[in-house]
Design a protein around this ligand. Structure first.
Ligand SMILES: Nc1ncnc2c1ncn2[C@@H]1O[C@H](COP(=O)(O)OP(=O)(O)O)[C@@H](O)[C@H]1O
Ligand SMILES: [Mg+2]
Length: 780
């Protein structure tokens, strides 16, 4: 460094940049002192000024203490006046300079400065450092695409190492402090190292930035791609009218979270849900998985209805829903009370047995209401397949859970009354035994972990109150029967039906048809007329239907605009329902010798069963027609044998049968007939035919016979008496051994039906035949 010149020049402070020698930069000038400085130097040709960086960028009017000591001597190349009154000034750095003496701040900063000369220096180390810097700068340039192309050419052209460092540094996007530091490094080696370092750091920063941005870019493009594909898929699916399954899976996930399942079940549901995510929503497997999850979330895993066990309240509800049935209600209440006491010990399952329409189903409903449980009916009639109870394995196409699980879903709570309707009609074939599956359902030892094939995870059934219904007990599968406590409902008498009609069926049907008693009022006699003339059933189902038909008539007329106020008279009923069924049928049928009236038990509650005998020329053969079962056949032969043995006593030629064939016919082919209980009726029919004495039309009969002429006990006495009474008979003939059963007969039946008890066949004929004055039959 030789003979540094000093001179007095204006100083331009820069807020946040550093001017390097040999670089040309535009600078914005706006502060009053700086503006004055520029305006003052206007006239001169390329004036020389000092440019120096402030210590703090924020300082508005810096003093000499607030600027660096070392700056750059610069030439003002160009001054452009901006519309704001500011100037854009293009400066060219000449060389480093140092303030020697400050001269004042007004009208602008002035000082005497000393130029610092930097003669070119060269040695191996400097060459190496410079080459290295050039190298680094070149690769940095590649990273900085916004730099002008010429930059790299300039880089190659600068020969002086110190100038190279200055040039590179002036272009680096580094802070003012770092640049000032470089400016102050007068030792070229140190300057080269420092700038090399800065370049290296910049390169690193850019490398990382680039990495991040490629990462972001990649991430973006992958998720964007996926997003786009999904959007397209959604659009396609919308086009096909299919559901939006993204939301679907999300919704199901929510539902699983809220279903409160046992852990095992939740796991199973989640497993299927996660499978769904990876499946094609249009595929069959997806649907299978979705169905499964939907079933799982819909089941009441831990939802319970609050159960009421107030026996008094239960009684009130039962009475409110059903007329009469006192004994049955008593037993139901007892059952409820026992369960209340020992809720953990589960007793047998209640099962209502009786003909249609006696209220089995509605009693079940009533029990649910009385105990605060939900009600669900599971129809078992005709169920052949075990899978109907226990579900299909999901490997089957179109698999679904069994009826028990389906019932629970329907109930919406895990403790409903579940009415197993028609357990007597369960089938049993190669597809497995539904009864044994049902047994598992009912077994308190097992049913807390009932496993449906479809669900595959156990469901706790131990809180379900099961109730069965059946029309007949003899076809209930034996093991089921053992688990059940049977409650038999035989049917209603005429009086009971009338009461039920008046108190329950009529009000119910009126309201179901939107009518009031003012619109349609049933007269006393009309209800009677309905019961007697239009229904011949043990229950009240048909009666309810007829009442509904009458109500409908009025409702339709009102809907047509008529202001109806109808009195429900017998005439009106006949107008709506047509002619009543004749009660004279029996007399007509029994109007000739050879026809007797049996009373039979049927699943429908009991019915009349006529026996017709006739003879024709022949050789002692016996024919039987009318769809009789083997046991019935035997009793026909037994009756015939007995008559042959008693021919003389009956006033018959002992060889009467040799020249005739006898034909016994049981009409009403639709009613299945089997069992021994028609023995007496067959005997009476044969005797009547052979003696040509008519059977009294007002008497019905039931009884098994032996070859020796004893009358044996039969079952279904109550049903039979109700049927006889219903049909308009006034007397019945029953085995003496059935005497104890008469206690259970309703009051009205005992009053209105004359019952003859017999123990020997010989007692029978005098009671049932229309005898001529002189007795033709002698007692033994
Ligand atoms: N004792 C009764 N009191 C009132 N309504 C009854 C009575 N018995 C039966 N019903 C009514 O008769 C109709 C048929 O009864 P339902 O329960 O279906 O008979 P089931 O199931 O025995 O075939 C229902 O509307 C029921 O409410
Ligand atoms: Mg029913």
């Amino acid at each position: 460094m030789s003979e540094d010149r000093t001179e007095r020049i204006p100083l331009l402070p820069l807020r946040n940049s550093v001017l390097f020698p040999a670089s040309v930069v535009p600078v914005n000038v706006g502060r009053p002192r700086s503006v004055r400085l520029i305006e003052e130097s206007f006239g001169r040709d390329r004036p020389t000024i000092g440019v120096i960086a402030q210590l703090q960028a924020e300082t508005e009017d810096p003093t000499f203490d607030q600027i660096h000591q070392l700056g750059t001597l610069a030439r003002v190349l160009k001054v452009i006046r901006l519309s704001s009154g500011n100037y854009s000034v293009v400066l060219q750095g000449i060389c480093r300079m140092e303030i020697e003496e400050a001269h004042g701040l007004e009208p602008f900063m002035q000082a005497t400065v000393r130029r610092i000369h930097e003669p070119p220096v060269k040695d191996v180390e400097i060459d190496a450092l410079a080459a290295h810097l050039r190298e680094r700068a070149r690769s940095l340039l590649e990273l900085l695409p916004h730099l002008p192309r010429e930059a790299s050419a300039v880089l190659e052209n600068v020969q002086d190492a110190g100038a190279l460092a200055d040039l590179v540094c002036s272009n680096l996007p580094v802070g003012t402090a770092a640049k000032q530091q470089v400016l102050e490094l007068l030792d070229v080696r140190a300057r080269l190292r420092k700038v090399g370092e800065l370049v290296g750091r910049q390169a690193q920063v850019h490398e990382v930035k680039k990495e991040i941005s490629t990462m972001v870019q990649e991430e973006m493009s992958r998720s964007q791609r996926e997003f786009l594909l999904r959007q397209q898929m959604k659009a396609i699916r919308r086009e096909l009218g299919e559901a939006d399954d993204d939301d679907e899976i999300e919704i199901l996930r929510e539902k699983i979270a809220h279903a409160d399942m046992p852990m095992e079940a939740e796991k199973a549901a989640k497993r299927q849900l996660s499978r769904m995510r990876s499946m094609n929503p249009a595929g069959a497997e997806y649907q299978v998985a979705r169905n499964y999850v939907e079933w799982m979330v819909d089941l009441p895993w831990s939802k319970s209805a609050p159960v009421r066990l107030d026996v008094g309240e239960a009684k009130r509800v039962l009475d409110e829903d059903h007329h009469g049935l006192d004994e049955i209600k008593r037993r139901i209440l007892e059952y409820i009370a026992v369960r209340k006491l020992k809720s953990n010990i589960r007793g047998p399952i209640l099962c209502f047995v009786g003909p249609p329409g006696v209220g089995k189903t509605s009693l079940g409903r009533s029990i649910a209401r009385a105990t605060g449980r939900h009600f669900v009916r599971v129809a078992l009639g005709g169920v052949q397949d075990e899978a109907e109870i226990r579900g299909h394995r999901r490997t089957y196409v179109g698999a679904y859970p069994g009826r028990i699980i389906a019932g629970l879903k329907q109930a919406g709570s895990r403790n409903p009354v579940m009415l197993l309707d028609e357990v007597d009609k369960l089938g049993n074939d190669f597809r497995g035994d539904p009864a044994s599956a049902l047994l598992e359902v009912l077994d308190p030892e097992q049913n807390n972990t009932f496993s449906d094939h479809y669900l595959e995870v156990p469901f706790d059934l131990s809180n379900v109150l099961f109730i069965g219904t059946a029309n007949r007990k003899d076809t209930i599968p034996r093991p089921l029967l053992d688990r059940m406590e049977l409650i038999e409902l035989a049917g209603y008498t005429r009086d009971e039906k009338q009461a039920i009609a008046r108190q329950f069926l009529i009000p119910k049907q009126l309201s179901e048809h939107g009518l009031t008693p003012e619109r349609l009022e049933f007269e006393e006699g009309a209800v009677d007329f309905l019961v007697e003339g239009y229904t011949r059933e043990a229950g009240v189902r048909n009666l309810e239907r007829q009442i509904a038909a009458v109500c409908r008539n009025v409702a339709v007329r009102m809907a047509e605009g008529e202001d109806v106020q109808q009195r429900g008279t017998p005439e009106f009923i006949e107008e709506v329902l047509g002619q009543p069924k004749s009660l004279l049928q029996i007399a007509e049928k029994v109007g000739r010798p050879g026809v007797s009236t049996g009373v039979a038990w049927t699943p429908g509650g009991g019915d009349l069963l006529f026996v017709e005998s006739s003879k024709m020329p022949g050789s002692g053969n016996l024919h039987l027609t009318g769809n009789a079962g083997p046991v019935m056949k035997e009793s026909v032969y037994a009756a015939f044998t007995y008559i042959r043995a008693r021919a003389e006593k009956l006033g018959l030629d002992p060889s009467f049968f040799e020249k005739i064939d006898i034909h016994v016919h049981l009409p009403q082919g639709a009613i299945p007939k089997d069992g021994p209980a028609q023995g007496v009726a067959v005997f009476v029919s044969l005797a009547s035919m052979l003696t040509q004495l008519k059977v009294r039309p007002d008497i019905g009969m039931s009884g098994e016979l032996t070859l020796r002429g004893n009358v044996l006990k039969v079952s279904g006495i109550k049903e039979k008496c109700l049927a006889a009474h219903r049909a308009g008979l006034t007397e019945v003939l029953l085995p003496a051994r059935n005497a104890p059963d008469l206690d259970e007969l309703p009051e009205q039946i005992r009053r209105e039906l004359k019952i003859h008890l017999v123990s020997r066949l010989d007692e029978v004929l005098t009671l049932v035949l229309d005898l001529p004055p002189e007795p033709a039959v002698a007692a033994e």
